[in-house]
Design a protein. Structure first.
Length: 224
């Protein structure tokens, strides 16, 4: 086996190991948290009726978002970078599929995979400001994907009463153990194929930021 193949095999093993550890950490943290869900009636109805949708949330809320979905199957758009590989391996332990690609790398392949899986009956998820920002500003690709898939977007945000905000580009939220976490869902909205995508992405930005503000109000916790 060549040195390159050995290095690739070792990296793959490291990613799998780190993904297992990360998923264990998330489960352990979750066991200490009190989760509260607000405005969830529509998304739960979609899940019960097996109606497909696109779940959109800010990158900074990614850590616990596996607990915000209860449907039969979902795929999330994740970067092809090494950090993306770790995220993909982590969410795999929660039964979440990953479509690899982003606005910065592998966009076409990722979108094609998302559309293929949507046609097979899966829900879609993405972080409209990922993977590198600017934070809390939705890129046009999110609403474009919703239009192509013919799915409504259901926005969701969360906030914790006590949280550590990492020194990352998005101030990633890590709730502290034994805190209360509030998930706040918005109303589904559709993006038609002939819609003004710039205006639609601005609307998504405003909706997500309003939901985050509401979650922060409910939690009385760490601000962005």
């Amino acid at each position: 086996m060549s040195e390159r193949a050995l290095a690739s095999r070792e990296e793959s093993f490291q990613v799998r190991a780190l993904g297992w550890v990360a998923s264990g950490f998330i489960r352990l943290l979750r066991s200490t948290l009190l989760l509260r869900f607000h405005g969830q009636e529509e998304i739960r109805r979609f899940e019960r009726e097996n109606r497909r949708f696109l779940l959109a949330f800010w990158h900074r809320h990614l850590l616990l978002m596996v607990y915000g979905y209860r449907g039969p199957g979902i795929t999330i758009l994740i970067s092809q970078h090494r950090d993306g590989a770790l995220i993909a391996e982590t969410v795999r332990h929660f039964g979440v599929h990953s479509s690899r690609g982003s606005s910065t790398r592998g966009a076409v392949a990722g979108v094609r995979d998302m559309l293929r899986l949507a046609r097979s009956g899966m829900d879609l998820a993405l972080t409209p400001d990922g993977p590198k920002g600017p934070a809390r500003v939705a890129k046009i690709g999110a609403v474009q994907l919703a239009a192509l898939a013919g799915m409504p977007i259901i926005p969701v945000a969360l906030a914790a009463g006590r949280a550590k905000l990492l020194r990352s580009w998005d101030r990633f939220v890590v709730p502290k153990p034994f805190s209360k976490v509030h998930f706040v869902y918005g109303e589904p909205f559709w993006v038609e194929r002939e819609a003004d995508l710039e205006a639609a992405s601005q609307e998504l930005t405003e909706r997500l930021n309003a939901l985050e503000a509401r979650a922060e109000e409910l939690a009385g916790g760490a601000k962005p």
